[in-house]
Design a protein around this ligand. Structure first.
Ligand SMILES: NC(=[NH2+])NCCC[C@H](N)C(=O)O
Ligand SMILES: [Mn+2]
Ligand SMILES: [Mn+2]
Length: 366
């Protein structure tokens, strides 16, 4: 299996390497052209990228390989070619260490959920990393790993920007409490650490110290849900959280969902988009640990992220749950390509074409 996934990685990498040389040459020419003309009033757009190879939020090995596989599949070139003014800084992969006090918390309070101490240690490190990236860049991207990292990514973002809205695009609500989870998998719980109304259920986790800022429940919107646990459905409805499950999406259509989402979010706020690849239908994203049929088409996914991007308020993005050890070589390639398409649109690519950097002289004087 390992052999299989590394050969997938190298074939994707080879293809992209061939394209890369030419597109680099071209890109640098365009960039020079663009830079020379660009006005000082346009703020520079810089993107910090952190890989978070965390796999302990669920039981399947493989998600930890996604950050490096995406890099080998020309993540940087794809983003760069979609937006030539974008400056990208790659911060590598996050490292963390578990300390005795977390192990103690786990033993005493959270022994029934898997890998609590690792979850906390990783997210604590991620919170600091996100804060640092936002000091140095206008946007950041966290590549999982499983969705357990959604806690640290959003919590770090909230510390930098307390007035934040969150769009969680997923087949799942990931809002279990330790007392309601049927799987014990902490990638099904990160949202419960973020909301004021729910984090009290984590009273032994020391959240007031590591993640003092909460997300107001009216600034959270879910899109794409179709596999909600009964307790999660109870929580969503009891707390009064907006969620657009696939049945609603089918009934009213994606353009309406986008409109309702944007209406719900405070227009002054920055936006965090947490994109679980399993929001997409398993025919376009088969290599993921908890795939669910009947999801968003790739085009629907792209439409949603384009609309969010066009607000110019997206400041943080997660892409999680791509698992290169699941499925065939072709499945892995399909999943990675879908992930790249989503990111490409998220960070600037326009399907309708982009001519803002073209030298208008080419058609003669007008
Ligand atoms: N990030 C994900 N893919 N989450 C799946 C969660 C599935 C299920 N609700 C659970 O709690 O285990
Ligand atoms: Mn998820
Ligand atoms: Mn999911």
């Amino acid at each position: 299996m390992w052999l299989l996934s590394s050969s997938v990685a190298s074939s994707v990498a080879y293809k992209s390497y061939k394209n890369m040389w030419w597109s680099r040459k071209l890109a640098s020419r365009c960039l020079r052209l663009h830079r020379a003309k660009s006005t000082a009033s346009e703020p520079e757009q810089t993107l910090g990228i952190i890989g978070v190879p965390f796999a302990k939020g669920q039981g399947k090995q493989g998600v930890e390989l996604a950050p490096d596989l995406l890099r080998q599949s020309s993540l940087r070139q794809v983003l760069q070619s979609s937006h030539d003014g974008l400056v990208i800084r790659d911060y590598g992969n996050l490292q963390y260490s578990v300390d005795e006090s977390l192990l103690q918390q786990q033993r005493v309070h959270y022994h029934h959920i898997r890998n609590y101490a690792d979850f906390m240690a990783c997210n604590r490190a991620l919170i600091e990393q996100v804060k640092e990236m936002l000091k140095e860049n206008s946007q950041f991207l966290a590549i999982g790993g499983d969705h357990a990292i959604g806690f640290g990514s959003v919590a770090g973002h909230l510390q930098h920007t307390p007035d934040l809205s969150l769009v969680w695009i997923d087949a799942h609500a990931d809002i279990n409490l330790h007392s309601t989870s049927q799987s014990g998998n902490i990638h099904g719980m990160p949202v419960s650490f973020l909301l004021e109304q729910l984090r009290t259920t984590w009273q032994h986790a020391g959240l007031q110290d590591i993640a003092p800022n909460c997300l107001p429940k009216d600034q959270l919107v879910y899109i794409g849900l179709r596999d909600i646990d009964p307790y999660e459905a109870f929580i969503l409805n009891k707390v009064g959280i907006r969620y657009y499950a696939m049945d609603t999406i089918d009934r009213v259509g994606v353009p309406k969902i986008i409109e309702m989402t944007l209406d719900a979010l405070n227009p002054q706020n920055k936006i965090h988009v947490s994109f679980d690849i399993d929001a997409l239908d398993s025919n376009v994203a088969p290599s993921t640990g908890t795939a669910v049929r009947g999801g968003l088409t790739l085009r629907e996914g792209i439409s949603i992220v384009e609309a969010l991007r066009d607000t110019k308020r997206v400041q943080g993005v997660d892409l999680v749950e791509i698992n290169p050890k699941l499925g065939s070589e072709r499945d892995v390639r399909t999943t990675v390509e879908s992930g790249l398409e989503i990111l490409k649109s998220m960070f600037g690519y326009r399907r309708s074409g982009n001519w803002s950097n073209i030298d208008t002289g080419i058609l003669g004087s007008d």
